[in-house]
Design a protein around this ligand. Structure first.
Ligand code: UDX
Length: 453
């Protein structure tokens, strides 16, 4: 069968796999590639290598309709040669010194270069990974040129298109983005990518601006986004700390009042035990380290990260103010994943809370998470115990700390805590519970509010 578009997706994490499957669902032929044999096998067997809402169902549907539309190789050179557009969706993890690790991007650029050396066709290369400004032009473009002997602009096109999807909403975010940012080395590259999205999105583009700019601006848009979202959270957390200085002030009401200003919005103003996940820490650190390497020190981002780290210390302070010194007592953590709806533990607030508890000599810690017990154990090992149920976590404990706002925890009543715990002290790290109800019923503390009798 002849397809209008054939695209290679180089990297099969959240961005690569979710966008690849979404493209394929609209009859675009996708050839993914990974160096991980087992991962490729799983994907070709129709199994996602990680949990993401809706992904399994889409893969099942695709296999039923036309399995030819999506395949995964362990040979990136072949994947590039079989397609007209290549998207680089490799990870860009954080190095020990907090700067960006571009080694996967570098390797992929070499592989694309090797493929283009063997080809006479014009090929468009699109960087979708989050990369510091200059990377697409000066690293990816340069390596492809050197390895292939081809000329950028003439033999191959180069774009940078940042990806804004959130875990848990990856499919929805891919199918219905709020904007598409296209950075391009030249008019031809940008126009080709825009044409592809006009084909893929059709009518949706009427409500979704396509912004065209140069490569470096597009690279910086992504950091601008993640840094502002992280800043909003740290700002809400700072104000939660202000709120706790004044009796009977409630941060939830304060942020609602702030967020209704038409120039702002109320999203990402929920105070809590701090942000985690695969992007915010990594990206805030990466752009901070990058700007420093260029001679500019960011005071704002330093504060954003510092406030976030301090929330873990603050919540343990709250627990000890409520329940007294906790060394020698059993502490239960409700929720371990970095947010609900995922088993992802990367940079999760639970890790910082556990480290703080242990620093204070509190070692009898038990955690329960509806989905992340296994990944949490891989991350934290025997630093804590892992409960199979809420009841098991609460049983005989003297303080419970709510870390992740899963629905399962929302259903708990004060009586559930009273029934199972030795002493029912509860700290709400996500403002999940109705303050007045819980505060009346048991010893209770919550981020961003202190009531005096
Ligand atoms: C984020 C960005 O939202 C996404 O655009 C980018 O592409 C990748 O990084 P993700 O990491 O999946 O997505 O999670 P997100 O839903 O943004 O939440 C990140 C963290 O912030 C979570 O730990 C969450 O609990 C925390 N958060 C979020 C708050 O503490 N308060 C809020 O108001 C919102």
């Amino acid at each position: 069968m002849v397809y209008k578009y054939s695209i290679s997706i180089l990297g099969t994490g959240y961005i690569g796999l979710c966008s690849g499957i979404c493209f394929a669902s609209k009859k675009i032929r996708i050839i993914a590639s990974t160096h991980n044999k087992e991962k490729a096998q799983m994907i070709n067997d129709g199994q996602p290598p990680f949990y993401e809402k809706g992904l399994q169902e889409m893969m099942n549907e695709l296999n039923k309709i036309n399995p030819e539309l999506f395949k995964c190789l362990i040979n990136p050179v072949q994947a590039v040669l079989e397609t007209d557009i290549s998207m680089i969706t490799q990870g860009t993890p954080m190095r020990k010194d907090s700067s960006i690790d571009l080694s996967y991007i570098e390797r992929t650029a070499k592989e694309i270069g090797e493929a283009l050396k063997k080809s006479d066709k014009y090929h468009l290369v699109v960087v979708r990974s989050t990369v510091v400004p200059g990377t697409t032009r000066n690293l990816v473009g340069k390596i492809i040129t050197e390895v292939s002997g081809k000329e950028p602009g003439k033999d191959f096109g180069l774009c940078m298109q940042p990806e804004f999807l959130k875990e848990g909403d990856s499919i929805e975010d891919t199918l219905r983005p709020d904007r598409i940012v296209i950075g391009a080395i030249d008019e031809r590259s940008g126009a080709m990518l825009q044409e592809f999205y006009e084909y893929f999105y059709g009518d949706h583009l009427q409500n979704c601006p396509v912004l065209r700019m140069n490569l470096e601006s597009a690279e910086l848009v992504k950091y601008g986004n993640n840094c502002l979202l992280s800043t909003k959270i740290s700002y809400a957390n700072e104000f939660a700390n202000f709120a706790e200085l004044v009796p009977n002030v409630d941060i939830a009401q304060v942020m609602k009042g702030v967020g209704l200003d038409y120039r702002l919005n109320s999203r990402f103003l929920n105070a809590g035990v701090g942000f985690g996940g695969s992007c915010f820490h990594k990206d805030v650190n990466a752009i901070k380290a990058w700007s420093k390497s260029k001679g500019y020190t960011s005071r704002l981002l330093e504060a954003v990260l510092g406030i976030n780290d301090d929330q873990a210390i603050h919540i343990v302070d709250m627990a000890e103010q409520l329940a007294g010194k906790l060394a020698g007592k059993k502490v239960a953590l409700l929720g371990l994943a970095f947010k609900p709806g995922t088993d992802d533990m990367r940079e999760a607030a639970s890790i910082r809370v556990v480290n703080e508890l242990r620093k204070r000599g509190i070692t009898d810690i038990i955690g329960y998470d509806p989905k992340a017990n296994k990944t949490a154990e891989m991350e934290m090992g025997d630093k804590i115990k892992y409960a199979k149920s809420i009841e098991e976590a609460l049983k005989d404990s003297e303080c419970a700390i709510l870390i992740t706002e899963w629905n399962e925890f929302k259903k708990l009543t004060p009586d559930d805590f009273k029934k199972h715990m030795k002493t029912p002290n509860l700290v709400d790290g996500r403002r999940l519970y109705d303050y007045d109800t819980f505060n009346k019923a048991l010893p209770f503390r919550a981020i961003g509010r202190i009531n005096l009798e």
